[in-house]
Each structure stands twice: as C-alpha cells, then as structure tokens.
Design a protein around this ligand. Sequence first.
Ligand code: AHN
Ligand code: ZN
Length: 327
Amino acid sequence: MKRNYYLLFLVAAFFCSGCNSYSKQNERKKDEIMEIKTPQFNSDTAFTYLENQVLFGARVPLSKAHESCATYLNETMQRFADTVILQEGMVELYDGRVIVAKNIISSYQLQSKNRILLCAHWDSRPFSDNDAENLFTPVLGANDGASGVGVLMEIARCLSENNIKIGVDIIFFDVEDYGMPDFYKGKSKENTWCLGSQYWSKNPHVIGYNAKYGILLDMVGAQGATFPKEEVSLYFAPHIVQKVWSTAKKIGYDSYFVDWKGSAITDDHLYVNQLANIPCIDIIHYDTNENSFFPAWHTTKDDMSNISKETLKAVGQTLLELIYNEK
Ligand code: AHN
Ligand code: ZN
C-alpha cells in the first residue's frame, strides 16, 4: 500500500513537471507572437525608391514625369498594402488654372478603428525660385518630395512583411509645391500651397475617416539633416512631437531629432490639422542656425547628391520603432 502511494506520487510529480514545462513553453511562444519585434528599416531599398522617382525627372503636375511617377507609386504600393486608392480631385492653382490632383492612398488593416496616418508630398516644384538664373527650371526634388515618399515606401514594404495590430494609412499628397511664386504679378491668392492635402482634408477617401494622429515627412533625406520641433506641430499635437522625439532619442537618433523649437511652416500637416481635425506633426529639415531649409531647397541642385542613407535610416527606423510599439 505504502509503495503504491509512493508510485502514485512519482507518476503525479512526473506529469505535473511535464505540464509545467509544457505550459511555460506555451507562454513563451505566446509572448513571441504577442510581442511583435520592430523590423529593420533598409536604407538601401529606401534610397532606390527615392531614386526611382527622381529618374522620371521633375514630377511637376501635368508633366509626363508626373504621370509616369503616379503609375510607379500606385503599382508599387499595390504590392505592399492591403488597398490602394487613387483619389483624383480638382484643385485651383494660384493663377486660376484648374488641374486634377492625384493623392495616392495606401491602407493596412482597413477594419481597425485604431489608426495612424503617415504622409509626404510626391509632386515637385515647377520653379527654382531660389536659383535666380534658373527660375523656370522645375526642381528635381530628390529631397523636397521624393525623400519622404521613399522612406514611406520602405515602411510600406516592412509593413507588408511584418504584421501590425493597428491600422495604418500612407498618403502621398499631390500638388503641394505649386504655391504662388514671389515673381507672380497677378492677383494675390491665399492657401496656394498644399492643394492635394487641402482637397483630401475636405474630402477624405473614407467618409468619417479618423486617425489617432498623423506624421508628415518633408525633406528628410539630406546629409546631416536637423529636424526641429516645428511650431504648428507643437501647437496642434505637442504629445506626438514629444513621442516621436523621445523615440528617436531612445534608439540613438537625437542628433537628427534635435531639441530646438522651429518656426511655423505652412505644409500639408497644417490642413490635416485645421480641416481634417487630425493632430498631425511635420518632420521637416530646417536649420535654425541658418534660418533656412536645406541649402539646395527650390534650386536646380536638389538632386541625388544631397541624399544620405544615414538620414533616411534615422527617420525610417524612428517611425518603425514608434508604430510597432503602438497599441
Ligand atoms: C512654404 O515655404 C510656405 N512652405 C514650405 C512647404 C514646402 C515647400 N515644403 C516643401 N516645399
Ligand atoms: Zn518645395
């Protein structure tokens, strides 16, 4: 009898220890599934996505390059996102001409109410305003335009390979950079920049669209870029500025995401805040010491020679770190 009890005890102990380690293993597996690791942003592919846009030439609305680039962006994003919508809207330029703006909108996890919005403009400026001899030469826009889009395309690729729990929308805004030039002698007009984002903010692609917050990228590719905390962003979305800058610091990119206050900039995020009511910040290269955007801004020199993979990595990895930790 005694021996029987002993045996029973041994058998029970064996099973229990088995159960125990089995359930521990299971928990560990569950943790691995639950805790999604932040993917690595590949700055080589981001660079290629950026270069591919520039190879079309200046993406000035109504040009052949603009048309071809729209097709390229649309087709590439179809490979990465759950859905891609080409939103076409009539907008009026500073000189009264009406053109069609093409916003390219890519979405992940459409059913999720918990969403964030990432955006950049994909058009380039028809004038080199800051280049007296080349006033009417369009800007190539390697940094001013293509850099933000290139970073977001690489993020889109990462999202396609690494599931995320929240909903994400990536919008490439059109006709950001057709604002009234200083040399224009006609009747002055307000709000002539950011026409694609103004259109979208008044006519979102989904009725009642909402996002927790938005992040705009503008001129995020130049070597040694500095991104001050821009004033419109601080006014509408101080908590998002704080969150992005501390994320950058956490992973070692605080030399890019500097702790300076920058002056207010009229950019796509202004209209997303004002018209769509979504708190949206702008990550934009501004040199507070020089009191200007990057040196080649709106000149014929805004080409591939300005672009640094390190800067693309700093911005892209910071965004991935942020969104993969979003609940
Ligand atoms: C103004 O210069 C008024 N806004 C800057 C927006 C911009 C132009 N971003 C890129 N190009
Ligand atoms: Zn510009």
